[in-house]
Ligand binder design. Sequence first.
Ligand code: SF4
Ligand code: ZN
Ligand code: ZN
Length: 305
Amino acid sequence: MDCSICQQTGAFYFREYEGIAFCHQCFKKNFENRVHRTISRYHMLDHDHHIAVALSGGKDSITLLRILRKIEKRFPKSRITAVTVDEGIEGYRDEAINIAEDQCSELGIDHKIISFKQIYGHTLDDLVSKKKLSFPCSYCGVLRRKAINLIAREIEADKIATAHNMDDEIQTYMLNVFHGDVLRISRSEPSLEDPSGMFLPRVKPLAESPEKEVVLYAYSTGIRFQTVPCPYATTALRNDIRIMLNRLEARHGGTKFTIYRSVERLRDLLKRSKSPFTLQRCRSCGEPTPSEVCEACRLLQEIDA
Ligand code: SF4
Ligand code: ZN
Ligand code: ZN
């Protein structure tokens, strides 16, 4: 089969939901154009922004870093700093940090690393083994979000860019539904600003790119990324949701896009109907939070109890 775009080269990927076949070159261009469209659609970046890119060393974050680097070159007043959180997961995070460091030095990007141990006094492994946590991901996600906020503010970034792809976004939506936390759907947008200025704005330029295509892009460009999965990943409900959605997509192509668009509509409705979200300072650590104590402090207090 020939590439449907250039009609000159053999295709390596057939995008079923649009009926288009791509050669490597045309796919890479199409993928990057989609990321650019997402950035413009949600007004994610300005020409003079200092962006903190959350870099884990996996395919998504390295893909994001490389695409943002290309964009940044066109805007001399903008700046990127990569930020990596070391949760302290033996045999997993060390390799990812090495890869992240290599990528940053290849691209000439400043790189900051912050660890759970430095901020919270424990590695994730410590917490899991000492406190017998059954679902480490619930703790890891909250503690990592706070760590990224802290380091992004320390380097005086204007925005945080994270590499959540479309599959991540849909899984988060389903998780919120399963946890009965429907209002949270309105706060998990691809571009999230906080009018009070207490939280740094967060953007997700890969939010409209399916995970499968992020993998194809990473392989097509020869990007080196971490392939070993986190040892705790299988304990997460998110993992079961991922498997379920992949099965649905395989049997009914386009399901993920339909869910993504439905969530967008739902989010608009929720935003119109709910009262505005007010933030205050956590009475324990001073970070912004909708409740008296932030989620990270609440979880750590629960562990210490
Ligand atoms: Fe943390 Fe879970 Fe991700 Fe592992 S899979 S890095 S424990 S959130
Ligand atoms: Zn082509
Ligand atoms: Zn707190």
